[in-house]
Design a protein around this ligand. Structure first.
Ligand SMILES: Cc1cc2nc3c(=O)[nH]c(=O)nc-3n(C[C@H](O)[C@H](O)[C@H](O)COP(=O)(O)O)c2cc1C
Length: 209
């Protein structure tokens, strides 16, 4: 099958396969503070690294949600690492609640102080990226209608790592077991990895040895 999404959406399928085809997605478990100082926590799988050195992350909000509003108001957020062991709590914190309700508390999690930002990290998560807000990019539409998605960029200013997830000074994926988002109601867990050297430039620049 081969279909044009602008013409017939999900084609003959009952569910749009899009999110099942951009996989696995890392989950940014975003903590933020409201202007009044209330803690907010929610998972975002439209989350990734944008660049490194300086280290920049992004997440995208479908509509204007509390995380986006808080971050724009306070200029800070923390990306806590969502792990397989914390999967139930991760999903629990996606519950739609009134502005000002603390999802960290709701999910039975503990707030731990951050090093560089006022926003607390999730104490139970083995890793966290403390971020300073850079910019919101309203994602343009093809027909010029109002943007539906808002991309938030943040500069990583401090990193928290539980020493227990390290082996020889490197993050050990088998210990970390990151939770990943797949399509539908599906999730994955990353436990395995392998290494491969990158090809070296050839003297003539053709890439052929
Ligand atoms: C694993 C997971 C990933 C999610 N990813 C996104 C996402 O990328 N963008 C989004 O707008 N909502 C996403 N959601 C839904 C939000 O978490 C949910 O709307 C939440 O209530 C937003 O909270 P907030 O208003 O406190 O920011 C996701 C939910 C789950 C369970």
């Amino acid at each position: 099958m081969h279909f044009e999404t602008l013409v017939n959406g999900r084609g003959p399928l009952r569910h749009d396969p899009f999110k099942a085809l951009v996989v696995p997605r890392p989950i940014g478990w975003i903590s933020s503070l409201s202007r009044e100082g209330h803690v907010n926590l929610a998972p975002y799988s439209a989350f990734n690294m944008v660049g490194y050195d300086p280290n920049i992350v992004m997440f995208a909000s479908a509509g204007r949600k509390d995380s986006l509003n808080n971050i724009e108001a306070t200029g800070e957020f923390v990306c806590n690492l969502a792990t397989y062991d914390l999967r139930e709590a991760v999903v629990k914190t996606s519950v739609p609640v009134n502005h000002g309700v603390d999802e960290m508390q709701l999910a039975g999690l503990t707030a731990a102080p951050s090093l560089h930002v006022k926003v607390p990290r999730v104490a139970e998560s083995p890793a966290a990226l403390e971020c300073q807000y850079l910019q919101t990019i309203p994602v343009p539409t093809l027909d010029g209608s109002e943007p539906q998605h808002f991309m938030v960029l943040g500069r990583v200013v401090a990193v928290y790592l539980d020493d227990a997830i390290l082996t020889d000074g490197k993050v050990d994926i088998a210990k970390l077991k990151p939770l990943t988002r797949l399509g539908y109601l599906d999730y994955g867990v990353l436990e395995d990895c392998f290494s491969m050297p990158r090809p070296k430039a050839t003297p003539d620049g053709t890439g052929i040895d």
